[in-house]
Design a protein around this ligand. Sequence first.
Ligand SMILES: Nc1nc2c(ncn2[C@@H]2O[C@H](COP(=O)(O)OP(=O)(O)O)[C@@H](O)[C@H]2O)c(=O)[nH]1
Ligand SMILES: [Mg+2]
Length: 406
Amino acid sequence: MFATFCPSFTDNEELRLVMVGMTGVGKSSLGNSIFGADFAPPKSEEGEGGIIKKFMRPFVSKSSSQSVTKTCRPVTTEVLGRRITVVDTPGFFDTKIPYWDTVREVSRCCLYVEPGPHAILLVIKIGRMTEEVIRSIGTMKMVFGSDCINYVCIIFTGADDLMRDESTIEEYIGDLDDKFKALINIECKLRFLAFNNTHKAGSKENKEQVRKFLELIDRTISDNKGKYYTNSMLEKASKIMYKDKEKKEREEKEHKNKLQELQNNEKKLQDEMVQLRKAREEDLQREKEEAKERELRMKEETEKKILEMGSKVSELEKQHILNQEKLQFERQVHESQKAAAAAEEKHRQELEMMMSKMRIVEAEQRNRERAFAEHANRNREVTELQMQLLRKEMAERDRESSCSVM
Ligand SMILES: Nc1nc2c(ncn2[C@@H]2O[C@H](COP(=O)(O)OP(=O)(O)O)[C@@H](O)[C@H]2O)c(=O)[nH]1
Ligand SMILES: [Mg+2]
């Protein structure tokens, strides 16, 4: 079930609240303002010359745009007679923070408010109601499930700016774009409040705004008929997203292995080509040396023959023998050149074959990469669709069960 019917909610029950919003909007300051409502320094320590006991702020707040709260931090205490747990969170939904880190932190923050928060405080700074806020609400719905909007209270910080301009929060909202008005008035059913975090802890003004805040939380609980947001929907959403992540990682691993295999093949082909070239060069060298040796041997043999003939043959006959030997040698050289040219041609053809094999391997690699990217996109779309269907189904079941209880 997305939300649990909780008929036994009483004013004594602990209020469980989660603050979300972008970095620097005033979440930690809001937590400090809430917990500072009851603060009163002991009378003996007050006054001139005495030590004025300071309010120890439970949350760290900084003016820099860097997120000070790195992980979720819960604080529980009594405020105006109510026991309250508030979880401060890092800059959720900041575009700078990786999506998976947000999911992990949201899951963690919900553990601090088991069995689930009565309200999700969406903190927005006055003057910073921008497109980014709309986008971050989209992310929030993805992470918490779209029905989480029923538990959202918008807290506008920086109400001191309105006071300075002699304006009101209603006037500020009235001047906003229609899409922002729809979010506040229709989606959040007017669950909003302006907060001035510059009021001193324990001051009358702070006490008054915290009282109004508690009224808003009570109204949220009553609007939801005592139900609170439960973590089971978040678990389901996370499970789907984790499954998707695992699948993606598995596919990426397979893709990497295939790529490695192709690269190994390419390397093997290149090595074979180098070996082939080396063998061919060695062959050519050997052939050259053999030809030289043959020429030398022939010369020696011819000279020997001439010596043997001695004076028996005329000068003319000697010349004829020499010409005959020379002709035979040239014929041999011609034959070996022909053989070398044939071997060269064979080698060229082998190289050409290798090159075309490599081109096929490269084309295969490109095709695989393209197919992988298309497949990953399709997966993302299907998962998104599954999540939407799941949320719809849960919302319907929820509606049915609340009708049957009523
Ligand atoms: N003037 C004014 N400054 C505020 C208010 N709330 C917060 N700030 C300032 O805004 C800055 C960021 O606040 P912080 O609580 O750290 O924001 P977080 O990152 O959302 O927790 C700090 O300098 C706060 O003093 C407010 O209501 N009025
Ligand atoms: Mg903070």
